[in-house]
Write a protein of this length. Structure first.
Lengths: 213, 478
């Protein structure tokens, strides 16, 4: 079973780069959708045997990250009529380069942390950290509100990957709570994006610059 | 009991969402606040509270925070009906429901002894407060809400990663994996040091964002500046106290681990940095609500500084959480009244609040004097205790910096506050319909009296609870 974990994590990492390098909003969102679904599959694989709550968890993850949340995002871009122009503050090549550097650093850093689960595949910690860094990069270098939300989702995915190591320690209830919070957060952000687009006729957060010292 | 404490406010929130009358709905907020206060009273005085196999529990620290938050929410809630009556013609359904939901979630944070559950509840308070910030429905409040939501959520996501690291630090040692606070405190000496290190940093950054410590404080001036005074007061004393409690939980774990010295140094550094950042931005601040936000950054810094110093300063920090919260109640609510009377929050327009608002104006000035540590206000006693703590610990340079920064903030805030209260109000400001009315000043007076009393006399039950809480934090094994 576990021999599939590392290849899936490699896919997750590649999707980070797709999200960083794509200029079409739709592609960026799709990359996160696939990533979210892969996480659901990972949950099922990481646990070894499929108990009821594990499959429930995997199912809820796929439903939320793969269907419900992307739907809200697609609705949002349809409402505010944007297809292209992700308008990064730094260029795509530069973001890809920074993403690669981040991944390298994540691998180096995770070497310094002792790992107990040798059997879980060696990629979980570096993949988690580099996904978190990718999320950060998107949050800070993109100007569109929706791309920032996607960055937040990627960051959350990174945290989620790390959670795989702790399937036993984190009760089902708490995992559900985490997912529910994520869902509501994206929902509220969706509403705010809608209001931003109505108020400023744009979804660029560069418009949000009135409040400063 | 534990279930009632956090479910009752949620039931009230549901009721608020269901009631059609815009006029009667706001009264559910004080009703919910009063019920919660009564339940808290029973819980504190009655049998020890514990539920869900110890997931929810009231220890001395959470008893202290719960009592404080409950009283604070109740007094603030008295302000809500009159405030919302001024906002005729705008639905307050979401506002009332979110206020009550926020109370329920704060209660859950306070009682949680399972760190995962605590995380879920803290994120839920963020989400419940976002619509409150947006109540004024203008571009500026939209911007503030967006920043609050995004920065808050990202910070909280890092805290989740930190929580996971913490859990992993026990797995690594071949121990039973757990996120139960009591187990982690007990196992602390055996946790894997590198993971614990990383966890503490992530948690401090994450929950520090929520608490508004520098340099993660950037959402705070915008949010407090644009939020209604009532929401500002609840954020500045309620939500930040919950985030502070979260940091206390992790301090408690680190304290028993070999990393205690490392954790203390970081806390002292962040505390002083927050005070310094506040001191820089408070000078020449022309927006008096943003000024309050920087004051909040400063006081959050004082709280973590007190914890970092240890010893008697822990007692001081816990007391300061309460005294600062009460004076923040005075400041935010009276600032809200002034804002309404002048329809501006810039010192360019706001002058002579003493004359224009004969009750809110003087209270704003008195609140400023107390919050900057003038005797006989409550914060004077708690700041003095923390100062004594730094001297006892032999950290004289911290004492020196602490006093210098307090003095700078006093001068900086003083310039702004005096401009607001002194002088003659403009003709435009006198013409606005707002005037001080009982429901809008009585809550402010209650906060003021409580803060003043704590400055001259700390009631015995509170004193012993503070000592118990400090001993609980320092003692380690529960």
């Amino acid at each position: 079973m576990n021999k599939f974990i590392d290849p899936i994590l490699v896919l997750v990492l590649l999707l980070n780069f797709v999200a960083l390098g794509a200029s079409r909003m739709r592609t960026v969102i799709q990359a996160v959708v696939v990533q979210g679904m892969l996480l659901g599959v990972l949950i099922a694989l990481a646990h070894g045997k499929l108990e009821i709550w594990v499959s429930m968890m995997a199912l809820v993850t796929i439903l939320l990250k793969g269907i419900a949340i992307p739907r809200m995002l697609f609705d949002a871009i349809r409402d505010v009529v944007i297809r292209r122009e992700v308008e990064p503050i730094i260029g795509f090549i530069a973001s890809l380069f920074l993403g690669a550097v981040g991944t390298g650093l994540a691998v180096l850093f995770s070497r310094t942390l002792p790992i107990a689960h040798a059997d879980m595949g060696s990629l979980i910690v570096p993949a988690a950290l580099s996904t978190v860094l990718t999320g950060f990069l998107m949050l800070t270098t993109r100007t569109k509100a929706i791309t920032q939300v996607v960055g937040y989702l990627i960051l959350e995915n990174g945290v989620f990957i790390f959670g795989m190591l702790l399937m036993e320690a984190i009760p089902f209830l708490v995992e559900l709570g985490v997912l529910l919070d994520l869902f509501v957060a994206i929902f509220v952000m969706g509403i705010i994006i809608h209001k931003i687009s109505r108020e400023f006729s744009s979804v660029s957060t560069q418009m949000l610059s009135e409040l400063k010292e | 009991m534990a279930w009632f404490l956090f479910l009752v406010p949620l039931v009230f929130a549901g009721l608020a969402a269901a009631i059609p009358s815009n006029r009667w709905r706001p009264w559910l907020v004080p009703a919910g606040g009063l019920t919660h206060l009564l339940l808290t009273g029973f819980a504190v005085l009655g049998e020890p509270v514990s539920a869900l196999n110890g997931w929810l529990m009231l220890d001395p620290v959470s008893t202290l925070v719960l009592g404080f938050v409950s009283i604070m929410f109740f007094v603030c809630s008295l302000y809500a009906p009159a405030y919302l009556a001024l906002q005729q013609g705008r639905s307050n359904r979401v506002f009332c429901a979110c206020l009550l939901a926020m109370l329920g979630m704060m209660t859950l944070v306070i009682m949680a002894h399972h760190l995962g559950l605590m995380w879920v509840a803290i994120e839920a308070t963020t989400l419940a407060t976002a619509p409150l910030l947006f109540f004024n429905h203008n571009p500026r409040s939209l911007e503030a809400t967006w920043k609050y939501l995004l920065i808050g959520s990202v910070g909280i996501a890092l805290a989740l990663l930190g929580t996971f690291f913490l859990a992993y630090s026990s797995i690594h040692e071949g121990l039973e994996p757990t996120l139960m606070l009591d187990d982690l405190v007990r196992l602390a000496p055996k946790l894997s040091p590198p993971w614990l290190h990383a966890a503490f940093v992530l948690l401090l950054v994450g929950y520090g964002t929520k608490m508004g410590l520098a340099p993660m404080h950037t959402w705070k001036p915008d949010a407090y500046g644009e939020a209604p005074g009532l929401v500002g007061a609840l954020l500045a004393c309620g939500v930040t106290s919950c985030a502070f409690l979260a940091i206390l939980r992790f301090y408690q774990i680190c304290r028993n681990a070999p990393e205690a010295a490392f954790a203390r140094e970081i806390l002292i550094f962040i505390g002083l940095l927050s005070m310094a950042v506040a001191a820089v931005f408070v000078i020449r601040q022309r927006d008096f609500k943003r000024m309050l936000a920087y004051s909040s950054v400063e006081h959050m810094g004082i709280l973590v500084l007190g914890i970092g110093i240890g010893g008697v300063a822990i007692y001081g920090a816990l007391l300061h959480m309460i005294t600062n919260g009460l004076t923040k109640g005075v400041m935010f609510l009276s600032a809200g009244n002034i804002h309404r009377a002048y329809e501006s929050k810039s010192t360019d327009d706001v002058r002579g609040a003493m004359h224009r608002l004969p009750i809110s104006g003087p209270l704003f000035l008195a609140g400023f004097l107390m919050v900057t540590g003038s005797p006989p206000g409550g914060p004077f006693i708690s700041e003095l205790t923390i100062l004594i703590g730094t001297i006892q610990a032999g950290k004289y340079w911290v004492s020196g910096l602490f006093l210098t920064l307090l003095a700078i903030v006093f001068i900086g805030m003083g310039a702004t506050v005096l401009r607001v209260v002194q002088g003659v109000p403009s003709a435009k400001a006198v013409a606005t319909p707002y005037h001080d009315r009982p429901q809008l000043v009585i809550p402010v007076i209650i906060f003021f009296v409580m803060a003043l009393i704590l400055g001259v006399w700390i009631p015995h039950p509170l004193d012993s609870l503070l000592h118990q809480a400090a001993a609980y934090l320092e003692g380690g094994v529960p």
